[in-house]
Design a protein around this ligand. Sequence first.
Ligand SMILES: Cc1cc2nc3c(=O)[nH]c(=O)nc-3n(C[C@H](O)[C@H](O)[C@H](O)COP(=O)(O)OP(=O)(O)OC[C@H]3O[C@@H](n4cnc5c(N)ncnc54)[C@H](O)[C@@H]3O)c2cc1C
Length: 358
Amino acid sequence: MKISVYGAGIFGLASAVALARRGQSVTLYDPNPLPHDRAASYDISKAIRGSYGTKTPLYAPLVLEARAEWRHLERRSGRTILHEIGGLHLALRDDESAFELTSERELRRLAWPVEVWDRGRCAEAMPGFAMSEICLGVFDRYAGWLDALQALYALSEEATQLGVRLEVGKPPPPWEGAADAVVMAIGAWFSTEPGPWSQSIRTSEQHEGFFATDSSTEDLGRSWPFWSLDLDDAGYYGFPTHPGGILKVACHRPGPVADPRGSRAPSAAASATLRAFLRRHIHTAAHLEDQGRTCLYTLTPDHDWIIDEHPGHPGVFVAGGGSGHAFKFGPTLGRLLAERLLDGIQRPQFALSRLNPR
Ligand SMILES: Cc1cc2nc3c(=O)[nH]c(=O)nc-3n(C[C@H](O)[C@H](O)[C@H](O)COP(=O)(O)OP(=O)(O)OC[C@H]3O[C@@H](n4cnc5c(N)ncnc54)[C@H](O)[C@@H]3O)c2cc1C
């Protein structure tokens, strides 16, 4: 079958690879270069974690599969992608129903290596992070971070080896009738394309703080795990200091609605929110310059993705709605799309019909 995939972010690349691996003739179109610095998939690091609160039974098995697939891709490509350094989900309260302890219970059921740490143990693992307000931490041994650019390069090389034609950096042909089947994986740009997602998808601006460490902070965060902390106003997360000397800290409260074609100038208000967080929890970094960037979440109402056939256009498949958490699943997104397109397997949690349930 001839299949055209539109969009070379993580959904599109992984779909192209999975379809080509299953013997299909695939062309991957993107008007922008690969990697594209305005795509959500472009980054210095992306978190991988099993903790998903009440959704852990749905997502953690997919994370486990993706973890194995990233390792296979590392071996095939010779690139280092997955940094499995662990993840520490800090909590202000010992609340059984909160995200951290709900995840911990669900992960244990899956025999996932997870531990509850007291404040002292958390402080040992994260020197320089003020822990006086912290009650406990849930440590996920399989969590860590992915080198997003290495992952994109490895997938695009694999796509080429499998015979995928890469048509990037030039305007793609119209998608209607482009091939026997079409995969639309255009990330935040879905908000500019009319379709059955129009009423439901919200594209929101997210600021990532990239704090450039200096001589007074060069050791700060180097040994930390990936971490998260839900405060009363919002959730915050961050990574160990990147080899390039950047301490990345972000807030995952949905930001203002954004147009993917608009400015990506960092928001002063979002940067100020992060600086206030630093003053409270990472004092020694509070003076550092924020060289951060604005990236876009493509949010569905329930924050589950869309991997389904377009009801008005048989043969057109939609892969997206990453909702700020899809990157870690990489190759697994491709498998799910290929199974939807080639085998007709429909998973209700990723179905388009759930967005417009009339
Ligand atoms: C700030 C931020 C932090 C995040 N952190 C994490 C994290 O820590 N862990 C995690 O797992 N996930 C994370 N995510 C989520 C993850 O990055 C996204 O869910 C995922 O990258 C979305 O991939 P995509 O392929 O849908 O979109 P994109 O990567 O945006 O790719 C879409 C592509 O479509 C192309 N395109 C646009 N229009 C057309 C067209 N007409 N035809 C063809 N191509 C087109 C674009 O050029 C682009 O290359 C984060 C997201 C953001 C914004």
